[in-house]
Design a protein around this ligand. Structure first.
Ligand code: 5AD
Ligand code: SF4
Length: 548
């Protein structure tokens, strides 16, 4: 049985090159950012031109997120605006792609007839066909009512026991990525795992992104090499549960000249923490061995990161590789979700607070300078004040550099939505959220303060948001120059352009400093002068790139 069977199939003929303009807006996680980059590369290669003003576009695409209701509401309001716009511009095509398309399915087109196409995250390789098909139908109908073009996984992806029998078309989307230096600022994402097998009771991702699938290590190494050859200095490996990566080389299957991804082995009952990660066989590329392989085989890569880690099955083998290899960033995004064992059980997280804290201790034993961040859901069904206080306590003990704290949002398609009443009032959720934020703020301030006076390596990402705003609010060509001045500061020689830049440490701490925008994409040393709870402020001590 094929792995990706769309509910309605797109035409088999490839779309012709086109000069249509496309506006693409991305909501949600880093996985969506990468999906959008891949979609953009694919459509550009076919002749579509991307523009920044949705009102001028022939095709408007929203790459969406379903994790919380608020993320969806934003998209619905955009869809409403485009609906009004289409009354006077009937040729415009509107596509909802990503998790909302998959979660809401054809309900979306029933509720919002202005939507011309829906494409789930597991079907993005079909997007050019869907667009082409929708363009043709729209031309034939001259703006009249037509059937939306739809490609969704539905439930088919969990019915096939193995990918061995079917070509995984989505792999082609990753394999066809562009390696142009114009497409990155020195930093790039590489997806190693798609989907998720965890079924946390509140989470819609296993439904929208499907079963856990691991990409062949040879493809990953090749992708990293080609990115680095194009000037990338920092790569972030992506996976919903990135440390679960494993690829059984004895079972590798090649179809149409390409190795195929493999469905992940479901990890059995809780095996506790410590010791090695589960290996699933003799010739298996584990996450630890993948990290080592990338470091060994891509020597010019300066920084290797990964998100998001699942707190279970995170063996010491991974920590050892991280400790041994300075190019792997000492940063873990390790969502805990709650500090109450009762809540963790109801969320189906598969670990206890003690096991989570054991992992935090192991991380710090291997790498005393590691930084950690976490995610929290407050106001999960039946959460009491006692549970809430336990979470606050965990935030203090975890000493995270920051936490992403969310109010529980019941999501259709999850087991919590079906089985548990959303019984914590919004007032209580808001209060608990604020109380947790206050605790985290205190901890974050201490973590950041500890850097003051130190000199640290920073990967320069971009011009700071404040500076970008100043540039955007100034008019015309003059605006582009605004905020850039001749430097008279020590460290920046006269004649260099200086502006406010933002970068990150290996531990993912944000650093703001003045420098030449030509430093974007390089790693430089910054002396930290002051700190706020979420940001460090410093100055450049020398502008030549270092390799740390
Ligand atoms: N409600 C609130 N937060 C959620 N998350 C996932 N699902 C929900 C939900 N239904 C949060 C979790 C996860 C992060 C990506 O989003 O904390 O780690
Ligand atoms: Fe969602 Fe849990 Fe999978 Fe994370 S591990 S994507 S929270 S189901």
């Amino acid at each position: 049985m094929p792995q990706h069977t769309p509910t309605q199939t797109a035409p088999a003929t490839p779309p012709p090159s086109t000069s249509l303009t496309v506006f693409l807006e991305t909501f949600g996680c880093q996985m969506n950012v990468l999906d959008s980059q891949l979609v953009q590369g694919q459509l550009r290669g076919l002749g579509y031109r991307f523009i920044d003003d949705w009102k001028q576009a022939d095709v408007v695409l929203y790459n969406t997120c379903s994790v919380r209701e608020r993320a969806e509401q934003k998209v619905w309001s955009r869809v409403g605006e485009v609906g009004v716009h289409k009354k006077t511009h009937p040729h415009v095509l509107l596509g909802v792609i990503g998790c909302m398309a998959e979660r809401d399915g054809d309900n979306t087109v029933r509720k919002y007839p202005q939507v011309d196409l829906l494409c789930g995250p597991g079907e993005l390789d079909k997007l050019p066909m869907l667009i082409d098909n929708a363009v043709r139908t729209s031309l034939e109908d001259r703006g009249g009512i037509h059937a939306a073009k739809i490609a969704l996984q539905g439930d088919t992806h969990r019915r096939s026991a193995t990918l061995a029998a079917a070509e995984d078309k989505l792999e082609m989307l990753d394999l066809s990525r562009s390696f142009s230096p114009d497409d990155h600022n020195g930093s790039a994402y590489v997806r190693i795992t798609r989907g998720c097998n965890k079924f946390c009771t509140y989470c819609v991702v296993p439904k929208t992104r499907g079963a856990e699938v691991h990409r062949p290590p040879t493809h990953l190494i090749d992708e990293c090499k080609r990115l680095v050859d194009s000037g990338v200095k920092e790569i972030t490996l992506l996976g919903q549960t990135v440390n679960h990566y494993h690829y059984d080389n004895t079972q590798a299957v090649e179809l149409n000249g390409h190795l195929q991804p493999q469905i992940g082995t479901i990890i059995g009952p809780n095996r506790g923490t410590g010791g090695p990660s589960p290996t699933f066989g003799t010739d298996v590329t584990s996450f630890a061995s993948l990290l080592k392989k990338i470091c060994d085989e891509v020597p010019d890569l300066l920084r290797l990161r990964f998100v998001t880690s699942f707190p279970r099955d995170f063996g010491d083998d991974i920590l050892q590789v991280m400790a041994d290899e300075p190019r792997i960033c000492r940063y873990l995004h390790l969502p805990v979700q709650s500090g109450s064992d009762r809540m963790l059980k109801m969320m189906n997280r598969g670990y206890t607070v003690a096991q989570y804290m054991d992992l935090v201790d192991r991380v710090r034993a291997f790498m005393p300078d590691a930084e950690l961040a976490t995610d929290i859901i407050c106001g999960f069904p039946t959460e009491t004040e006692e549970d809430h206080l336990a979470t606050a306590d965990l935030l203090r003990r975890g000493r995270f550099k920051n936490s992403f704290i969310f109010k529980y949002s019941p999501r259709p398609g999850t087991s919590a939505y079906d089985r548990l009443k959303d019984d914590v009032t919004d007032t209580d959720k808001k209060r608990r959220n604020n109380e947790l934020l206050a605790v985290q703020n205190e901890v974050s301030a201490q973590v950041h303060q500890a850097y003051v006076g130190k000199t640290i390596s920073v990967f320069v990402e971009s011009i700071s948001a404040r500076e970008r705003k100043a540039i955007a609010s100034a008019s015309g060509a003059r605006g582009v120059e605004l905020g850039w001045e001749k430097s008279s500061e020590p460290g920046g020689s006269v004649g260099e352009l200086v502006t406010q830049l933002v970068g990150r440490t290996g531990g993912d701490i944000i650093v703001i400093f003045d420098g030449d925008p030509a430093l974007i994409g390089q790693i430089i040393d910054i002396k930290i002068r002051t700190a706020s709870p979420l940001t460090l402020f410093g100055e450049l001590i020398h502008s030549t790139a270092t390799t740390s």
